[in-house]
Design a protein around this ligand. Structure first.
Ligand code: ZN
Length: 393
């Protein structure tokens, strides 16, 4: 099989920038053969204008909510957003839902995404995932705030889990995941805790300020949400700790945990999590945070504490597109000290490690098949509105 040789203005290998002297060699299917100096590369080298990098990992998405694009008003706050999703998601027919899922996956492919951490509340995405175009880590989501419904909710999710397990596709992994601290009772956590078993799991974490209010002293806007949803919250006794410190011990059997959003995480929580057993990854979904709550996560605090950061788009219910590049642009605008190298690490090698796809994806290392992207119109390693992305392989 003939080899393909690429020499670009800049080569990012998943970890660092290697400059414009190194040639990336792949086979026709995109399997990485080597990276060598251009003097040794021989003939047939293709010159690429822009930055070559591995395919992107979208660590947090809800493909099954794609039909809610532009259906929910912006900047209403989390309680009203969640209420709108719950009440609106079933107003569409199966065909509309399937079409939106297919279109959203097409867009992710065009936007250079090669693997997705995808939240699954139902089985509607299975037919699309059987087409085997992207790698998926399916997080079979479990929720239920009332302690007495825990067993029933868990059994329902188990049925979904088994349906996902039947997909014949080597790039699919499945695990259970708790929806959020405010929607999973201790009874349900006890049922979930035995399922994590060296897998990766995920949870929406500290997306609002009043999540901690609930766990510290049972105050804040979630009381309004329970009322709106006619859930009797009388049983709940606050732990007197932050939300993440209240549930972290249930995650001990997981290998990796993706904490999604973290908009209101505190340094004390980060330090606490550094001493826990699983490896914690902090998933940023900045455009969704802007859409729902009009806030941004404390990215500089996470960087200062050497946190493992990854990037996600969240769903089209709270975003305009499923594009990791567009997420990076918003991060750079709001946190100018974040470098392009860091953001590319988050989007490639960190994401693949978090989702346990790092034997195949996330970096240009021999025998991996990570996808090959070129970022164009980047000046001095700064993104701008005109920066674009093209998929080469
Ligand atoms: Zn989400």
């Amino acid at each position: 099989m003939p080899y393909l040789k690429f020499l670009a203005d800049q080569l990012f290998n998943g970890y660092r920038m290697l400059g414009n002297e190194m040639v990336l060699i792949t086979n026709e299917k995109g399997k990485i053969i080597d990276i060598i100096n251009k003097q040794e590369a021989g003939e047939d080298v293709q010159y690429i204008k822009g930055i070559l990098c591995p395919g992107f990992i979208n660590a947090h998405c809800h493909l099954e909510l794609s039909h809610l694009k532009a259906a929910i008003p912006e900047k209403t706050g989390l309680v009203d957003f969640v209420f709108n999703v719950v009440t609106q998601r079933n107003r569409f027919n199966e065909e509309q839902i399937a079409m939106a899922i297919a279109k959203a996956e097409d867009d992710m492919l065009l936007n250079g995404i090669v693997a997705v951490g995808d939240i699954c509340n139902n089985t509607s995405t299975i037919p699309q995932k059987e087409k085997n175009r992207l790698a998926y880590y399916n997080f079979i989501e479990v929720s239920g705030w009332l302690p007495e419904i825990a067993q029933h909710r868990f059994e329902k999710s188990k049925t979904h889990f088994e349906a996902f397990q039947k997909i014949e596709n080597s790039t699919i992994k499945n695990a259970f995941a708790a929806h959020a601290p405010y929607s999973v009772s201790n009874n349900l956590w006890n049922l979930l805790a035995n399922q994590f078993n060296t897998k990766t799991t995920t949870i929406h974490n500290q997306e609002t300020s009043f999540e901690d209010d609930l766990f510290f002293n049972k105050t804040g806007d979630f009381n309004r949400m329970y009322e709106m949803m006619q859930i009797d919250n009388a049983f709940f006794t606050p732990s007197g700790k932050s939300s993440v410190q209240s549930y972290a011990s249930y995650l001990e059997q997981a290998k990796n945990v993706l904490l999604v959003h973290n908009t209101f995480i505190k340094e004390l929580d980060i330090k606490f999590l550094q001493n826990q057993i699983p490896q914690f990854f902090y998933c940023l979904c900045v455009r969704a945070n802007t859409f729902i709550e009009n806030t941004l996560p404390p990215i500089d605090l996470l960087r200062k504490n050497n946190c493992n950061i990854v990037l996600g788009t969240d769903s089209l219910a709270s975003n305009y597109s499923l594009s990791i590049l567009e997420e990076m642009k918003v991060i750079q605008q709001n946190f100018p000290s974040v470098t392009l190298t860091e953001m590319l690490q988050w989007a490639t090698s960190n994401g693949s490690k978090a989702l346990q796809f790092d034997d195949e994806l996330g970096s240009f290392e021999k025998n991996k098949c990570p996808g090959l992207l070129v970022m164009e119109h980047v000046e001095d390693e700064k993104l701008s509105a005109s920066t674009t992305l093209k998929r080469l392989l």
